[in-house]
Design a protein around this ligand. Sequence first.
Ligand code: IPE
Ligand code: IPE
Ligand code: MG
Length: 237
Amino acid sequence: MPANTLPPPAHIGVIMDGNGRWAKKHFQPRSMGHRAGARNFRTITRYASRIGVKYLTVYAFSTENWARPAEEVGALMGLFKDYLQEALRDFMDENIRVRFIGDTSAFAPELQALIREVEEASAPKTGMVLNLAMNYGGRAELVRGARLFAQAVERGEASPQDLTEEGFARYLYTGGQPDPDLIIRPSGEQRVSNFLLWQCAYAEFVYFDILWPDFKTQDLDRAIAIYHSRQRRFGGV
Ligand code: IPE
Ligand code: IPE
Ligand code: MG
C-alpha cells in the first residue's frame, strides 16, 4: 500500500501488545519477544516522526504489568535501560522530544536518572512529541489528577466551582497536549487495558490481528487510511 496522501492525525496512541505471543510463536522466551518489540518501537517511532505525526503516545508498561513474574518484569526493566541509553544516542538526531507519562518514581534510581536525562536532553527538540507510557494507568492518572487539584484547592489556588473539563485535563500527564485522534492496538485484543481513559473519549480505535513485533510501517499507513475513512461526529450529526 502506498503511503497516505492525507496528513496523519496529530496524535496517535499505540498499545504495543503481543510480544509474548510473538515469542511463543518463535519458540523463544517472552523476554525475546519484548526485545523484538522494543526494536520495532524504534522503527515505528522514527517513521511516525518522518510522516509528520505531532504526538505519538506508546504504551510500554502498565500499572498492572507489575503482576507479571519477577523474571519478566526484570527483563523489561533491563530493556528499558538499554533503550533509553540508545535513545540518548540516536533519537537525538531525529528532532523527537521524549516525555514520560506514568509514575516513574516506582522505577529503580538508575532508570529514573536515565529518564530524566532523556527528557532533559530532548527538551529543546521541536519535532514530534513522543510520550512513553511507563508504569502508566489511566485510572492512576485520574486519581493523581484529582489529588493535584485537591492540593491546589487546599493552597487556595483553585476552586471546585470553577473546575472545567479543560481545567481538569491540565492535571493529567498529557496536560497541554491534544487528545489522541487514533488509537491502534495490534495483537488481536480489542480492549483499552487502562490506556488514556480520559483522553480517548473521541479517539478512533483500530485493532489489528498482528503481533507488535510484526507491526510494520505499512500497517501504520493502513491504520491511518482506516482513520481517514471514518466519520468523526463528536456527538454531532
Ligand atoms: C506487550 O506484550 C508488552 C507489555 C505489556 C509490557 P505482552 O507481553 O502483553 O504480549 P502478550 O499479550 O502476552 O502476547
Ligand atoms: C497492555 O497490554 C499494556 C501494554 C501494552 C503495555 P497487556 O497485555 O498488559 O493488556 P491485557 O492484560 O491483555 O489487557
Ligand atoms: Mg499483552
